[in-house]
Ligand binder design. Structure first.
Ligand code: HEC
Ligand code: HEC
Length: 232
């Protein structure tokens, strides 16, 4: 503790003072200086960022336990293909989708009431929560169909102008800060999203996926969805 009893200015940030000498900040009363020193000492003893992390995690757990788990499972491993898997999904993507459900930018009668009373901080906490859950491996229902899907995923359909999914979502389907993880997602959900994106009304909301899905045949959609469902 002795290093905190040095000068009255100990523990203050070393930035230029806005006032000229003799400046008030320079003549900081001893009590205030002691308070600063004490705060610095406390910050050293308790790792504050870790405690903020814990609080964020606890808040996310509370929300998931209170409402999300019914459909998505406690760890995001939703068992019904009607509900998307959130396990290991990108935190930034989850947070953005939740904000879009709240604002109505992404329309869902199911999801909108789930998030309407939550804040941006809650969305960030939920994103980190699901991202931290380890992905699981799932068996593919139709391996032959998935083989066709593997080609579409890696190379697209060059004869019809369908780009490779891998070029945006990554070879392993793990996504990026800007793009969702696809690996391990329910085939039915992926099919539904692609089918929806292909429709004319989706052009404004998601122009990128609209351009991709609009060129795909039913076989390509079902095949790539089957392949994605088995990606680790
Ligand atoms: C009653 C069932 C239900 C509950 C409860 C529920 N969800 Fe959902 N969730 C859905 C459905 C259905 C969709 C797909 C909606 C769509 O097509 O946009 C979805 C989509 C999502 C998505 C988008 C996933 C993606 O891959 O794009 C996220 C993120 C999400 N939910 C998180 C949550 C969170 C967090 C909660 C709790 C606050 C929650 N959900 C509660 C049914 C539910
Ligand atoms: C040019 C880049 C690009 C390519 C190529 C691409 N996507 Fe996407 N994909 C996106 C973007 C952008 C989004 C929307 C992200 C968002 O809403 O923030 C998206 C979203 C999705 C979603 C919705 C995810 C969810 O959880 O709801 C699915 C499913 C998807 N893409 C599948 C595919 C498949 C399958 C292919 C290959 C046939 C493909 N994408 C090719 C850019 C791309």
């Amino acid at each position: 503790m002795s290093e905190f009893r040095l000068r009255p200015t100990a523990g203050l940030p070393a930035r230029p003072r806005p006032c000229a000498w003799p400046c008030r900040a320079r003549r900081l009363p001893l009590a205030a200086a002691a308070a600063v020193a004490l705060a610095a000492a406390v910050a050293l003893v308790l790792p504050l960022p870790a405690r903020a992390d814990d609080a964020q995690k606890a808040r996310a757990e509370e929300i998931v336990q209170g409402r999300c788990f019914i459909c998505h499972g406690m760890d995001g491993e939703s068992s019904s293909p009607v509900f998307p898997r959130l396990t290991a999904q990108r935190a930034s993507y989850v947070a953005r989708q939740l904000a879009d459900y709240k604002s109505g930018k992404r329309a869902s009668e199911t999801m909108q009431p789930m998030v309407v009373d939550l804040t941006e901080e809650d969305f960030a906490a939920l994103g980190r929560y699901f991202e931290s859950k380890p992905a699981r491996w799932h068996e593919v229902a139709d391996p032959q169909l998935a083989q066709v899907g593997a080609f579409v995923y890696a190379r697209g359909n060059p004869y019809a102008g369908v780009p490779a999914c891998a070029s945006c979502h990554g070879k392993d389907g793990h996504g990026s800060d800007r793009l969702p993880r696809l690996a391990g997602q329910h085939a039915e959900y992926v099919e539904k999203q692609l089918g929806r994106a292909a429709q004319a009304e989706a052009a404004a909301g998601n122009p990128v996926l609209h351009a991709v899905a609009g060129k795909m045949t039913t076989l390509e959609i079902k095949a790539v969805a089957a392949y994605i469902s088995g990606m680790p």
